[in-house]
Ligand binder design. Structure first.
Ligand SMILES: [Zn+2]
Length: 303
């Protein structure tokens, strides 16, 4: 789902809260109107309010009538055991009254829903893997973390993280995904292995499936592919799909982040020139190698 669709969905959730709050009030009023005293008082009150608004009759007298009727209603509420707050909709968000917008801006409640949907749809393996929670101690790696965060903010470059198993590549990729979600970017986190399986299935399924899969992979603001190089290269499939995804995203200036255990030389050997030239173009891709310090034992994170 792209960002616009996610926003619509988030808006629907907030709207539904508003409808529910308003319906609750309607139901309470409906029930009160079953009571004759209430119904008559309500009708008289409304008519006095209309008269006052239209300046019909003696203003002072009308105001007195209104005050008396309101008092009567308040007493009736007490008798009927209804809390006066139930007569007005109790919105969850007092800022925007569950409309999702406040002062012409997206309200915090709508942003929270949007983030929740982004994370739910992002396939991110672990929400706890964040920049803040990182236990990285290697100076060289900390500098890379900083740069990756910066690139998430600026949205201007792709990222290729290399390094051996246990250097924290997946942690960093996941932290980037979680951070991007915080920035309200729609993200999709996939392993290269599962992505390749999707490529193959879509290929076997035919043109429609292939287009739908590509649309999905191109729609999201940020695509994150973990463990490039672990997929089995399938003739006519892997390279073609991967090229299409990479190329389309580059044309649209949409970011794509990779991790890989492969050395750059291995990448050149493994993938065809169209992919390599795009992937390793340093004007468009930040390439960094994480080093040393196997932290899987202490933090329970793999790679
Ligand atoms: Zn709100």
């Amino acid at each position: 789902m792209n960002k616009q669709q996610l926003l619509q969905q988030a808006k629907r959730i907030v709207d539904n809260r508003r409808y529910a709050a308003e319906e609750q009030t309607e139901n309470t009023l409906e029930q009160l109107r079953q009571n004759d005293e209430w119904r008559i008082a309500e009708q008289r009150l409304r008519s006095a309010q209309v008269d006052l608004a239209m300046n019909i009759g003696d203003v002072k007298e009308l105001k007195n009538t209104i005050a008396a009727l309101e008092k009567e209603q308040a007493e009736l509420l007490g008798k009927l055991g209804v809390d006066p707050s139930e007569l007005t909709p109790q919105y969850s968000c007092k800022l925007c009254n569950d409309t999702g917008y406040f002062n012409g801006q997206m309200c915090e409640c709508l942003q929270t829903e949007l983030r929740r949907l982004i994370i739910a749809g992002s396939n991110v393996p672990n929400k706890e893997f964040t920049f803040e929670n990182s236990a990285e101690t290697v100076k060289h790696n900390i500098a890379i973390y900083k740069k990756v965060k910066q690139i998430c903010d600026s949205g201007d470059k792709n990222i290729l993280l290399t390094g051996q198993v246990g250097t924290g590549k997946t942690y960093l990729l996941t932290a980037a995904a979680n951070y991007a979600a915080q920035l309200n970017k729609s993200t999709l986190f996939v392993t290269s292995y599962s992505l390749n399986a999707d490529f193959l299935n879509a290929y076997l399924d035919g043109q429609e499936s292939s287009s739908a899969l590509l649309d999905n992979l191109i729609d999201v603001d940020l695509l994150l592919i973990d463990d490039l190089g672990t997929e089995r290269l399938v003739n006519n499939v892997t390279a073609n799909f991967l090229f299409n995804v990479l190329n389309e995203r580059l044309l649209l200036h949409k970011q794509i982040f990779f991790t890989t255990n492969l050395q750059l030389k291995d990448i050149q050997d493994r993938y065809d020139e169209r992919i390599v030239s795009r992937l390793l173009d340093q004007s468009r891709t930040f390439i960094a190698q994480l080093t040393g310090n196997d932290k899987r034992l202490s933090k329970g994170c793999v790679q």
